[in-house]
Design a protein around this ligand. Structure first.
Ligand code: ADP
Ligand code: MG
Length: 701
């Protein structure tokens, strides 16, 4: 099977070109979809199968089936309709079927005479007179010698331009033959007793099965991705992922961090000054964090809590603990607007305690920026709030003890690691607290963020009334405008959120401007403000402030107000084109209302026609205010990559596993990974290498 003697090599280092018939052209095409070794090829699984293993009686065909039939031609006509076609009526005694050809030659027609026996393979469709196959593959059966049917299901591979299914089959035939010849070239790393406990077939058998399932294999299970053979590969991939993150976590324990172990005067004064008392789960999270920060190992903790659950106070307490111990704190928000909001909250809370707060964004330039940077470098400034600009190269901290990242799902493992480099106190790295309002289910969080510890705020502060949501077509715009008028007449405030079809900030801002003008004409009695991403920071700030202080009735905005904005008197939100947004984002936006005691409403005003998926998503919003429930639905409807924000960062791109589909495996995967770490430490590296590759290896935690 091999062109040259490479018999001692594993398939993970055997290049695809070692297979006979795979030349540089195909290798290049395969490289585009990440297939460069024979092992890659074996892990490139079919996404569906055709059953050519048995001949199906015509009578038992169902619409949509792809099947082999054996039939006799009863008549052959050229049909002159809208499209000229060749119609061949065939039968097998059990039923009638039409074969339809739009492209055909005279010779072809001549060969399909009455009485000719054919074996056909095609998809069953509805035609004017009953079931049809359009352009089936067929061959004549002459004499008594019956051609054999296929022995296994025919695999259909996800492919790339220029690669035909026949090529895939030929290549995988060779790869499977090679595997047969040298079983050790794809070593089994899952210990046998674990395979028994979790009922997992061995790796080579699973791979062989998935490329060439035997006749009678359960296609439905294969299509769903839950067949034991698939489960075997998924399990191993998830174990490898878990091991890789566990390694990160272990290596982190070897790094030093400052023990933030000061006295508590600031924290005590801060708690006394708050106009409310903390909820039980806020208190619990605060204790977990405080405990971590006292250690001389870096904390890496994810704080999950629904919109409005009060994560900011928790962050403030963590920050004070660092300040009390004489360390600096950096709080990073995903948008400038949100960083301003944090700045404002922190200033309100902490200035009275004598703690000053700096604000650093990419807009500050020249002298002003230099001055800020100097204050950070000298250590004079203790607390700085900002955007990603905080972590540009020229920003140097003297004694950074804690990094707080708000709305984590936009930052990936690699970025989390990069932030750590900012630690500068004699080889010590800062602690990290990551906050997110995407409350994904616990098991999933423990897998996706296995390198992090997890705290959850699972209750809202008392006195909140749930938001009532209605879903309306854009044709009801006039009614919606009347609703805004009525709400504002009752001294309530409202948001009008413009989102756009095009993913362009500029266009979105223009739409918001136009909407503000239009609403101004329709609602002359209202004081209307406008915020969008293109305004200067100071302009945004002053509009937000005016809205907060009830100098504005209606705020027209883009999705820049998605996170964090906090105006309890606002009780109505209109969202245009909600069908464009993910559920998590809608839930975030809607979280801007329902923050006070008055009953709040949210109007989702969609454009018709609505896709089935969009209709379902909007229905979820109408029916629930529960962030966990919404996140679970979002996962089902959009997949884990979108919801965790890993699609953009390119992380956690599984080859075979799917965190949503395979959720039920996650507990067992974690158990198995723990056993391997403990009892088979020498298998960790090869498993991680096989599934995650060197990509993750050079992250030094
Ligand atoms: P999020 O978790 O979405 O970031 P915030 O921290 O912005 O939520 O808190 C939302 C609002 O609830 C803020 O106005 C905050 O001051 C207030 N808040 C926080 N904790 C409590 C509490 N225990 N009781 C009452 N209000 C609270
Ligand atoms: Mg927040």
């Amino acid at each position: 099977m091999l062109k040259s003697a490479q018999s001692d090599l594993g398939l993970d280092v055997t290049p695809i070109t070692a297979l006979k018939g795979v030349g540089p052209r195909n290798a290049e095409r395969l490289a585009r979809i990440g297939v460069s070794t024979v092992q890659d090829l074996l892990f490139h699984l079919p996404f569906r199968y055709q059953d050519r293993t048995r001949i199906v009686p015509v009578r038992s065909l169902c619409l949509g089936d792809q099947a082999v039939v054996e039939v006799v031609v009863e008549s052959t006509d050229i049909h002159l309709g809208r499209r000229r076609s060749l119609l061949v009526r065939v039968s097998d005694g059990s039923g009638l079927l039409v074969l339809r050809f739009f492209h055909f030659s005279a010779a072809q027609k001549a060969a399909l005479t009455v009485g000719v026996r054919l074996r056909c393979f095609g998809e069953v469709r509805n035609g004017p007179t009953g079931f049809e196959m359009i352009h089936p593959e067929y061959s004549r059966i002459d004499g008594h010698e019956l051609p054999a049917t296929e022995e296994s299901l025919t695999p259909i591979y996800p492919t790339t331009e220029g690669m035909h299914q026949l090529t895939w089959r030929a290549m995988t035939d060779k790869a499977l033959a090679l595997l047969e010849e040298r079983p050790q070239s794809l070593p089994e790393w899952l210990p046998e007793h674990l395979r028994r406990v979790y009922r997992l077939p061995d790796l080579s058998a699973a791979v062989r099965y998935l490329h060439r399932p035997p006749a009678g294999a359960l296609q439905a299970k294969l299509l769903e991705g839950v067949h034991p053979a698939q489960r075997r590969l998924v399990f191993e991939e998830l174990v490898a992922h878990q091991l890789s993150l566990s390694q990160l976590r272990q290596r982190r324990r070897l790094v030093a961090a400052p023990a933030l172990n000061g006295k508590k005067p600031l924290r005590q004064r801060f708690l006394k000054s708050l106009p409310f008392s903390l909820t039980g789960s806020q208190q619990f999270a605060i204790e977990e964090i405080a405990g971590d920060l006292k250690q001389n190992r870096p904390m890496m903790r994810l704080l999950q809590g629904d919109v409005g659950s009060g994560k900011t106070v928790v962050a403030a307490l963590a920050a004070l603990q660092a300040v009390e111990a004489g360390y600096q704190v950096a709080l990073m928000a995903p948008t400038e607007l949100l960083s301003e909001q944090h700045l404002r909250s922190f200033r309100t809370w902490l200035l009275p305690l004598g703690v000053d707060i700096l604000w650093l964004t990419s807009r500050q330039k020249g002298k002003a920026r230099e001055l800020l940077l100097a204050r950070l470098e000298s250590g004079e400034a203790g607390l700085v709030v900002g955007t990603q600009a905080l972590f540009q190269d020229d920003v140097v901290f003297r004694k950074l003890g804690l990094v707080i990242i708000d709305e984590q799902h936009r930052f990936g493992v690699h970025q989390r690691m990069a932030l750590r480099e900012k630690g500068s106190d004699g080889g010590k790295v800062p602690h990290q607290l990551i906050m997110t309002a995407t409350p994904i289910p616990r098991t999933l969080a423990m897998t996706a963020y296995a390198d992090l510890d997890l705290s959850v705020i699972d209750e809202l502060p008392p006195g909140r009334t749930p938001v009532t949501t209605v879903v309306l077509p854009a044709s009801r715009r006039m009614d919606v405008i009347e609703r805004v008028r009525a709400a504002c007449a009752l001294q309530r405030q409202a948001y009008w959120v413009c989102t756009l079809i095009e993913e362009s900030e500029a266009l979105e801002c223009e739409a918001a401007e136009a909407t503000a003008v239009q609403l101004g004409e329709m609602l002359p009695e209202l004081r209307i403000g406008l915020v969008h991403g293109r305004l200067k920071a100071s302009e945004k700030e002053s509009v937000m402030l005016a809205f907060q202080q009830r100098e504005l009735d209606l705020l027209v905005a883009t999705t820049v107000i998605e996170v964090g904005v906090d105006v309890p008197n606002a009780s109505l939100m209109i969202i245009e084109n909600p069908e464009r947004l993910g559920l998590a984002q809608l839930h975030q936006l809607r979280g801007r209302v329902g923050r006070g005691a008055v009953e709040s409403h949210c109007v989702l005003m969609y454009q018709t026609p609505l896709s089935a998926n969009a209709r379902q998503r909007l229905a979820v919003m109408r029916e629930s205010n529960d962030g966990f429930f919404i996140a679970r639905k979002d996962l089902e409807l959009r997949g884990a990559g979108e919801v965790l924000g890993t699609r953009q960062t390119g992380e956690m791109q599984f080859r075979i596993a799917d965190l949503v589909r395979d959720q039920a495996l996650l507990d067992e995967v974690r158990q198995a990974a723990a056993v391997i770490l403990e009892r088979y430490p020498d298998r960790v590296a090869p498993l991680v290498q096989r599934w995650i590759g060197i990509r993750e290896q050079y992250i030094d935690a």
